[in-house]
Design a protein around this ligand. Sequence first.
Ligand code: NAD
Length: 485
Amino acid sequence: MTYPTQPTASHFIDGAYLEDTAGAEIPVIYPATGERIATVHAATPDVIERALASAKRAQTAWAAMTGTERGRILRRAADIIRARNHELSVLETQDTGKPYQETSVADATSAADALEYFGGLAGSLTGEHVQLGENWAYTRREPLGVCVGIGAWNYPTQIACWKGAPALACGNAMVFKPSETTPLCALKVAEILYEAGLPAGLFNVVQGLGEVGAALVNDPRVAKVSLTGSVPTGRKVYAAAAQGMKHVTMELGGKSPLIVFDDADLDNAVGGAILGNFYSSGQVCSNGTRVFVQRGIREAFLDRMAERLSKAVIGDPMEPETSFGPMVSERQMDIVLGYIAKGEAEGARLVCGGKRLNRNGFYIEPTVFADVTDDMTIAREEIFGPVMAVFDFDTEEEAMRRANDTPFGLAAGVFTRDLARAHRVVAGFEAGTCYINSYNDAPVEAPFGGMKASGVGRENSKAAIEHYSQLKTVFVRMGDVEAPF
Ligand code: NAD
């Protein structure tokens, strides 16, 4: 295998690649083989300082440009990303192990959508005029300043752009720390933004583990933190940000329900459950991993599911026909195998899958458990792997109560032909992102994010603008000031 597309250094700061080998080595492992394909170095305090200082310096002039000027650069970057989709998709596959069949349509393309959408929105960002009799007030929509983005490892290109695009559109600078497991893709995003004309310092990428993220979050120059990660990390980052009263967006984990009623189109429901459990080998935060199937269609659902899963093409992610790849890392594979073992030990019925594949790389078969009960570990904890838990239910009321009985609230879905019921059910879901007769769509035009422990704030759509800008209110008196003395 050749690696023609890799970035040339560990960090991207002030408009250029930067290496500092004094930082600890972080190996980049290709999940399909287990081989080391690159090495980056964690950011030293000096690298972190350079990133923050250049972001702080560059942000003022960027905020002074018109939104249309800023947006033009973002839209140009979107065009470059689309033109290089193949190269970027190969890199995404190397970073994550996800099949090229997926990365070529879901990663760089989604990143380009975000840059195009927020680039288009940038020129229309305004405050408002508030008439108060003869006096009046107006609001200015101002950027927050230096924003920090911290990424998870499942969508490294997309996460960099879902955070970077709205931040830059609003006139902020961003320092982005990718996950240490997938450090390569965000560097390419930075490279392309500069090629598109972004002034130096406005989108910096630094590598490192949690401690580098923590150093960024704690820096007084930082006004906002957007994290995509697990709930335990979210708690730490939210608490640290609170010390500086910083804005936050928290895109965290989930254990989302998918309810299939007996009047549903069975093939569509099975298709939705496949998308919601096995895409990206199950490493998707919004996955509907608790599948509640009404008792009457349970066996038909399981039979159809097993039949469809037997058609998954598991193998080399670079082969165009491969539709199911490895887990991102050996560590994640071991975590998921541990959950599968617990599922069996606690009495769930293994319908298919359940084993590591006998080949190099971190492959686990698509796995389905039936007869799962609400108290089992696999019913309660986020697994973040290709493991579906199927539950039986009888009534709508029962399904809703059990679906919401979780601290998480990221996503939820329902399959039914009864539209009145569908809307009633989604109104009752305690989840930020819901689907009717579909699962896991994430278009940039619609808000995405969680309720309850799954997060704070929203990414994508106009809603993201509220999380990367703040309002300043200006009161204007037209007459004399009346003071008591
Ligand atoms: P993680 O929480 O282990 O790490 C996330 C990021 O936080 C990494 O870059 C890590 O280095 C950094 N980090 C760790 N400790 C930190 C600290 N104290 N201060 C600052 N940064 C710190 O998550 P992961 O294993 O990389 O990703 C999987 C998790 O992400 C899952 O729970 C998944 O559901 C979630 N996720 C959520 C969304 C969403 O949009 N809601 C999307 C993708 C993934």
